[in-house]
Design a protein around this ligand. Structure first.
Ligand SMILES: NC(=O)c1ccc[n+]([C@@H]2O[C@H](COP(=O)([O-])OP(=O)(O)OC[C@H]3O[C@@H](n4cnc5c(N)ncnc54)[C@H](OP(=O)(O)O)[C@@H]3O)[C@@H](O)[C@H]2O)c1
Length: 339
């Protein structure tokens, strides 16, 4: 691509926003030209105002980026076509419909529009055909919103998608979710240090609803979600009750051959990777893979009759958030073109 597509990042100083800034810093198709955080930061340079929480260095050339106010006319003037949103849901709820109304293509991490029937919760490997829903929002005459799933749902949907063909009677999932999932500053260190919190508001309901919309299945989905004192990466213990009796070798083969969405810069070569090591996966591997953080790792596979159990690890801020959104935008550009 000779000319890059101009993009905006909303919520660029938060946990997800920082990953957007990192992944877009050297993106071959997209160039961030308009970067937004809350009003108190407007006019400040990114490096001086952000509290950088990522486990890698801030890309040098984003340091001088100046935070702008949320101003639709200014965004148009800057040539923005795609908007990446890492806004809190209550803020996104107002901003995203306005952006769509003004013709922007919005890729959002917020939950506020996920459940609208014509808004896809897109995971390119799992449900690329749902990209068509943007036409029901009025594209190409109008803008649209494409969401990505809740971070835990993304990991679950990725691992279950290649197994849907066996008939899913029930999904049971217990999660061990990192503190970055609550954003920055997130939880009080008094509450989470040396502790686990067995309640994450709204999380179980989101997972149960979203996995069915993404995979177009109607089985029971029963979850417990627990916050654990880990920085990045959500671990999930999953049991699937399948209609068919499937061998473990077959399940491993299904993960190994699971769709690679080719020719997208942020697609992993093998999006779901199984590893037979006895203590795998662990959150400390959250940034493994190529691109870093975009692979869902599975392990500890076992079987009881038609029930299949495994553990998975998803990087909640990369594949489960900003990286997933960027990959969604790439999938849109690849299918519909833009420049
Ligand atoms: N964290 C995850 O793992 C994860 C995963 C999937 C989806 N999500 C979703 O992604 C969104 C962002 O999550 P997060 O964890 O990054 O949250 P966060 O750390 O709290 O960051 C929120 C960002 O939004 C900005 N913001 C807040 N109010 C604003 C306003 N009125 N106008 C403009 N900017 C405003 C904040 O700017 P200031 O820094 O200036 O306040 C900050 O940059 C949420 O909807 C969340 O549910 C998060």
């Amino acid at each position: 691509m000779d000319k890059k597509i101009k993009v905006a990042v909303m919520g660029a100083t938060g946990a997800v926003g920082q990953v957007f800034m990192w992944m877009l810093a050297h993106h071959p198709w997209f160039e961030p030209v308009y970067v937004i955080a809350s009003a108190s930061r407007v006019g400040l340079k990114y490096a001086t105002t952000v509290h950088w929480v990522m486990p890698f260095e801030m890309p040098p050339h984003i340091k001088e980026t100046v935070i702008q106010e949320f101003n639709i006319e200014a965004m148009k003037k800057a040539g923005v076509q795609i908007v990446f949103s890492a806004l809190p849901s209550e803020v996104a709820n107002e901003a995203e419909p306005q952006l769509r109304e003004h013709g922007f293509y919005v890729f959002s991490n917020a939950a506020s529009m996920r459940y609208e029937p014509n808004v896809p919760i897109l995971i390119p490997e799992a449900n690329l055909d749902q990209l068509d829903l943007i036409e029901q929002q009025g594209y190409p005459e109008k803008g649209f919103v494409i969401t990505n799933a809740n971070c835990s749902t993304t990991g679950l949907a990725m691992a279950v998608a290649p197994l849907v063909k066996y008939g899913i009677k029930e999904i049971m999932m217990h999660s061990y979710q990192s503190v970055s999932g609550a954003g920055y500053p997130g939880l009080s260190s008094f509450d989470i240090t040396d502790n686990c919190i067995p309640f994450i508001k709204g999380e179980e309901e989101k997972i149960e609803k979203e996995v069915k919309k993404i995979l177009e299945i109607s089985c029971d989905v029963n979850c417990y979600t627990v916050r654990v004192p880990v920085m990045f990466g959500h671990l999930e213990a999953v049991w699937l009750d399948l209609e068919e009796d499937v061998s473990l070798d077959q399940i491993k083969a299904d993960w190994e051959s699971f769709t690679q969405v080719k020719d997208l810069p942020s697609s992993a070569e093998q999006p779901v990777e199984y590893n037979p090591a006895p203590a795998f996966p662990q959150p400390k591997y959250a940034f493994w893979g190529n691109p870093s953080g975009m692979v869902v790792y599975t392990g500890r596979l076992k079987k009881r009759g038609n029930k299949v159990g495994f553990l998975l690890l998803v990087n909640n801020v990369v594949k489960g958030a900003a990286g997933g959104s960027i990959q969604n935008a790439e999938a849109f550009v690849k299918r519909y073109g833009l420049l």
